[in-house]
Design a protein around this ligand. Structure first.
Ligand SMILES: CC(C)(COP(=O)(O)OP(=O)(O)OC[C@H]1O[C@@H](n2cnc3c(N)ncnc32)[C@H](O)[C@@H]1OP(=O)(O)O)[C@@H](O)C(=O)NCCC(=O)NCCS
Length: 177
C-alpha cells in the first residue's frame, strides 16, 4: 500500500526492514522525541525498532491501526501512527512525528490529513482523537490545523520522559470533515 502525500512524498506502512532507518531518525533528535512521544524511549536498537514496527504491523493485520512512514524516495522523513481503531464505537487515535530536518514545512499537517481521509472514507471511522502533551505547542498546532477540536486535558494519561504527563485531547468527527 502506498498513498500520495505531497508532490514528492508518499505514505507507506513501516516494514521490519525500515528498523534501522527509524532508529536513525530517533537517534538524530532523541531528546525531542523522548520528551514528547510515548514510544521512542524504548527504541534504542535496531532490534527494538523492529519490535515496535512488528507491533504496528500486527495492528494492521487485525484492522486496529497502522504506522505509516512518510517517505521521500528512500528517506524516512516522519510517520503517522494510528494507535487504535475501535470497530464498535468507530473511534480511532492518530499521532504524527517528523525528523528534525523535515519540520516547519507543513508535512505533518498534510500527512495527517491523508490519514484522516483514509480513516473516515475507507475504515468507517466517525471520531479521530489526538493526544498531545499539554506543553507540546507544535503538536497542538498540528491538531488544530487538521481541523480537530480541543476537548480538554487527560490528567497524567501517559508515562513520558520519566513521569506521568497531562495530555491535551483533540478530536475530529466525520461530520466536521
Ligand atoms: C509535532 C511536529 C510533527 C510538528 O512539526 P511541524 O513541522 O510544526 O508540523 P508541519 O510539518 O505540519 O508544519 C507546520 C508548520 O509549517 C508551516 N506550514 C504549513 N503549511 C506549510 C506550507 N505549505 N509551506 C510551508 N510551511 C508550511 C506552518 O505555518 C507551521 O509553522 P508554525 O507552526 O511554526 O506556524 C514536530 O514538531 C515533531 O515531530 N515533534 C516531535 C514529535 C512530536 O512531538 N509529535 C507529536 C506527538 S503528540
Amino acid at each position: 500500500m502506498e498513498l500520495a502525500c505531497t508532490a514528492d512524498t508518499v505514505l507507506r506502512p513501516l516494514a521490519p526492514d525500515d528498523a534501522a532507518a527509524l532508529l536513525a531518525v530517533v537517534e538524530a533528535d532523541r531528546e525531542t522525541f523522548d520528551r514528547w512521544l510515548r514510544w521512542s524511549a524504548p527504541v534504542q536498537s535496531v532490534a527494538a525498532a523492529r519490535e515496535f514496527i512488528y507491533a504496528a504491523a500486527a495492528r494492521e493485520v487485525e484492522d486496529t491501526g497502522f504506522h505509516w512512514g512518510i517517505w521521500r524516495g528512500e528517506a524516512l522523513l516522519g510517520g503517522v501512527p494510528c494507535w487504535s481503531i475501535d470497530p464498535v464505537h468507530h473511534v480511532a487515535e492518530l499521532g504524527y512525528w517528523l525528523a528534525a530536518t523535515a519540520r516547519g514545512g507543513g508535512l505533518a499537517v498534510t500527512a495527517t490529513k491523508v490519514a484522516i481521509a483514509h480513516l473516515l472514507r475507507d475504515r468507517g471511522v466517525n471520531r479521530i482523537e489526538f493526544q498531545c502533551r499539554v506543553e507540546n505547542e507544535p503538536s497542538r498546532r498540528v491538531a488544530e490545523r487538521v481541523g480537530a477540536t480541543y476537548e480538554g486535558i487527560r490528567r497524567e494519561s501517559h508515562w513520558v520522559g520519566g513521569a506521568f504527563r497531562d495530555h491535551a485531547v483533540y478530536a475530529l468527527l466525520a461530520r466536521d470533515a
